[in-house]
Design a protein around this ligand. Sequence first.
Ligand code: HEC
Ligand code: HEC
Length: 193
Amino acid sequence: MALIAGIITLSFRAEKAPANNYPTLPKDSAGSAKAFMSVYKVLMSPRCMNCHPSGNAPLQGDDSHIHTMNVTRGVDGKGIYSERCSNCHQAENAAGLHMPPGNPKWGLPPANMRMVFQGRTPRQLALQLLDPKQNGGRTKAQLIDHMANDDLVGWAWHPGDGRTLPPMSRPAFAAQVRLWIAKGAYAPSAKTK
Ligand code: HEC
Ligand code: HEC
């Protein structure tokens, strides 16, 4: 029993720390770009986009309106002065409609690496996600790992009362991310909307 548990832990760790390992398939620009379009639908859904806004305020709700109370990013993404995210956002979702959602890492990307999704075309966003200078220094393997396993990304699939879920399950999303990259990590053409 202990041995089996050990093996499971090991393989789980191996998946958690992929330096440069990612699945590869024969290059297929059309198939890769098609998979990215599924990924894009999730990235642009309110649960992801609300924390990846084009401005310095987070967005709220399924209509992605500007966060009330003049909340802003600040240098580290966790707000300024009395409006630190953690003043209202706890480690867990607070129960009830319009209550603050929660996660221990709650915040926006920092001011020096804003990771904007809002307003990006599929091509722009694909190129941005693949660029270590704009994606937090991630390799392709680490990008897959973040989308498939990161706990803050995972919040989007248990977002608290009254918030809609992304348009596909997390495993289906992770599978499309892997397919996009395995087939060559192509960006959709500039004409794809
Ligand atoms: C509560 C805010 C929040 C939510 C919700 C959120 N993110 Fe993020 N995201 C962040 C922060 C903060 C970072 C930067 C931290 C880091 O680099 O690990 C980040 C970084 C990322 C990155 C790596 C950088 C990049 O842009 O390439 C990806 C990819 C990403 N998020 C995808 C998602 C996806 C997919 C969802 C929805 C399923 C999502 N995020 C929801 C706050 C959020
Ligand atoms: C004064 C309290 C307060 C502060 C400070 C605050 N928030 Fe919020 N936030 C809320 C409340 C309340 C909600 C829920 C609003 C609702 O559902 O109508 C919310 C909702 C959100 C949402 C919407 C989630 C979704 O997908 O609909 C995001 C994103 C968010 N906050 C990010 C932040 C970030 C990032 C910070 C810090 C930079 C921050 N908030 C600071 C109170 C606060």
